[in-house]
Write a protein that binds this ligand. Structure first.
Ligand SMILES: [Ca+2]
Ligand SMILES: [Ca+2]
Length: 317
């Protein structure tokens, strides 16, 4: 059975933004019960998705910075004989399984009216059409109904929460964004390392790499740091940041694993960040240097200040 421990980037109020070092477990205010406060977002450890019948393949990283909520692209068809053909037939978000006249399972668009009623505003999502949807279920059901149309093709889940005014990102703010994001990624890695008692969050290769960061006495502890300090730390301890940047790329590059991030693949990272970090969209747009709508590993790494000679496909484990 494939079990993916899912780390969900969870919105957390600024009020909770205490330094992580002294108190690693803080309650997140929204989508999950417990998480680790890093910077002003929370890495939540609450969702364990079990994917039936698949053994965890060697080399497959079991840690996903992904909720599954944003996967538009996955449609897994199992060839297992079952009483109900739909039992082992998984449909992508926005679709549900139905049996046709010859008892064959097929995925059809879900009626948004059949989506569970949202219990609170935190379930709302904002589409790239700037419309608020009650939940991601409502969003993907609507997107499905538009399948094959230009409008449907352009419609993506933009961010978590109701649509709101997002201030334009100023140039100086844009240049600060990777400093904080990079530091946050490094802290995510360290936290995974610290909490990986059962050895299922990081594989051996990853552990070895993170161990070096963990044991480095010059490591900047998680917390609120000035941008000057973050910039200085990056300059002095540059090597510490190379692996976390590659690691995050590997976490997102899953559907398919091809060295490029689509809008959908980027969603698990973008969607929770946008409401809190108004430069998120600009940052990722700028990352796509050749503007082909995909972020290649090289584009990603250079966005985070990783030098060309240090970009290494083999680090994306
Ligand atoms: Ca990909
Ligand atoms: Ca590109």
């Amino acid at each position: 059975m494939r079990v993916w421990i899912v780390f969900l980037l969870c919105l957390a109020g600024k009020a909770l933004a205490a330094p992580v070092s002294s108190q690693p477990l803080l309650r997140c205010v929204c989508l999950c019960s417990y998480g680790v406060q890093l910077y002003n977002v929370c890495v939540c450890e609450s969702l364990i998705f079990s994917f039936l019948t698949q053994e965890l393949e060697v080399g497959v990283n079991p840690v996903q910075v992904e909720t599954g909520e944003f996967d538009e692209a996955i449609e897994v068809v199992e060839d297992v004989v079952a009483e109900n053909p739909c039992d082992n037939h998984h449909c992508k978000k926005g679709k549900v399984c139905e049996v046709d006249d010859s008892n064959q399972p097929m995925c059809v668009c879900q009626d948004p009216l059949n989506c569970p009623t949202a219990v609170g505003e935190f379930e709302h999502v904002c589409g790239t059409d700037n419309k608020t949807y009650d939940s991601s279920c409502h969003f993907f059901a609507t997107k499905c109904a538009l399948e094959g149309t230009k409008k449907g093709h352009k419609l993506h889940l933009d961010y978590i929460g109701p649509c709101k005014f997002i201030a334009p990102c100023l140039d100086n703010e844009l240049s600060e964004f990777p400093l904080r994001m990079r530091d946050w990624l490094k802290n995510v890695m360290v936290t995974l390392y610290e909490r990986d008692e059962d050895n299922n969050l990081l594989n051996e290769k990853q552990k070895l790499r993170v161990k070096k960061i963990y044991e480095n006495e010059k490591r900047l502890q998680a917390g609120d740091h000035s941008l000057d300090l973050l910039a200085l730390d990056f300059e002095k301890n540059y090597n510490m940041y190379i692996f976390p940047v590659h690691w995050q790329f590997g976490q997102l590059d899953q559907h398919p694993v091809d060295g490029f991030l689509s809008h959908t693949e980027l969603s698990p990272l973008r969607a929770p960040l946008i409401p809190m970090e108004h430069c998120t969209t600009s940052f990722f747009e700028q990352c796509d240097a050749d503007q082909d709508n995909y972020i290649a590993l090289e584009e990603w790494a250079s966005c985070f200040g990783i030098r060309e000679q240090d970009i290494d496909k083999d680090l994306v484990i």
